[in-house]
Write a protein that binds this ligand. Structure first.
Ligand SMILES: [Zn+2]
Length: 369
């Protein structure tokens, strides 16, 4: 790879405004010593209803003060159980508060559920950090906790793709968060992270992540992050994230207060991925009967998202007849190495061609038999 181009690209990645880590949008609604229950994540399969997902996060809190995470207006206070009042909240929130707020010029609705006692009333204007309730165990709850949920654009409980993962909206002081998108991952694919990213105390269990259960139509990634997994309350440091038996692997560095894209950061860490689609000369060449072909799938520079792209690597004989298809699948940006075995073919000149979107690169190789 051309060193100057690579260097330029690294500098671009480091300075490019799109890559700049995002920051948190809200303030943590409960005291700093309260943990998020790591075994019941946003987008995880709902333990009492396998067709749906957990649409918020749970914070283990024992009858303590809940503070507003945002500025806004109180839109609802009270019970609204089990479809008896028009079907707004058929999900056992118990005693809850809904606060209407704004983010990025959009309406967002923040839910504080299972409360013992709300201490604000409808239509009150709320300042971020203001006490609004005492948490509790009302509704469909197996122990005292705060269920915190964010909906965007509408508060209707069954509206499509309205939920957002609160773990990317706030954190404990001094912590960051990581998000990413594992291409083609089934819902609820386990995401491992090492070393252990969580501050202890207050966390007591090891925390991993899962890709979201998008088969629940209310679940969504973020407007900006477009993630399918997230890890919140991450201690500053460098982490390795893996999924799908290591087929997805990212190395990411997080600082306090940052929300970091694992897929983009990896590009800096690896510092090998080009902005250009590169097909290298095979080696050895001439060959008999195997040779290695290397190529690079570039990052989409406009978004800096390491989204997968359809890649094809095809071998043709000298007459243009297709003799082998070596790659035909979605691949994330990165460097790839393919072994071509030509033991069934006659000696002579062959061409290998790489296709990605509307880019085509072709090179010649010689099978010497
Ligand atoms: Zn919950």
């Amino acid at each position: 790879m051309n060193f100057n181009k690579t260097l330029f690209f690294i500098v671009f990645l480091l300075l490019g405004p799109k890559l700049k880590a995002q920051t948190f949008r809200l303030k943590r609604p409960v005291p700093e010593n309260v943990q998020v229950y790591g075994n019941y994540l946003y987008g995880e399969e709902r333990f009492w209803d396998a067709n749906n997902a957990h649409r918020g996060i749970d914070m283990l809190i024992s009858y303590d003060t809940v503070y507003s995470a945002s500025n806004g207006t109180v839109a609802f206070v009270g019970y609204n159980p089990n479809n008896k009042t028009g079907g707004f909240e058929p999900n056992g929130f118990g005693n809850y508060i809904r606060i209407k707020s704004k983010w990025n010029n959009k309406d967002i609705y923040i839910y504080y559920a299972h409360l013992t006692k709300p201490i604000v009333s409808v239509n009150k204007n709320i300042t971020q950090g203001e006490p609004i309730a005492i948490s509790g165990n009302t509704g469909n709850s197996t122990g005292p906790h705060l269920h915190f949920e964010i909906r965007e654009n509408t508060y209707l409980w069954n509206a499509n793709r309205t939920r957002r993962n609160p773990e990317l909206w706030f954190a404990k002081n001094g912590m960051g968060a990581i998000y990413g998108n594992v291409p083609n991952a089934p819902d609820n694919t386990r995401i491992n992270i090492s070393p252990d990213p969580k501050p202890r105390p207050p966390y007591t269990t090891f925390v991993w992540a899962e890709t979201y259960k998008f088969s629940d139509p209310t679940i969504s990634g973020d407007d900006i992050y477009n993630e399918n997994y997230a890890i919140g309350d991450v201690k500053p440091g460098t982490y390795t994230i893996t999924a799908l038996n290591g087929n997805y692997k990212r190395i990411v560095t997080v600082k306090a207060g940052e929300v970091v894209n694992a897929d983009a950061t990896t590009l800096v860490e690896r510092n090998q991925i080009s902005e250009k689609f590169i097909l290298l000369q095979n080696y050895p060449n001439p060959f008999n009967p195997t040779t290695t072909i290397q190529y690079t799938v570039p990052v989409a520079v406009k978004t800096l998202h390491a989204t997968s792209q359809l890649v094809k690597l095809i071998v043709y004989d000298a007459l243009g007849k297709k003799v082998a298809s070596l790659v035909d699948k979605q691949q994330v940006p990165g460097n790839y190495k393919i072994t071509f075995d030509a033991k069934e073919l006659a000696g002579g000149v062959y061409f290998y061609q790489l296709l990605l979107n509307n880019i085509i690169e072709t090179k010649k190789m010689i099978l010497a038999k």
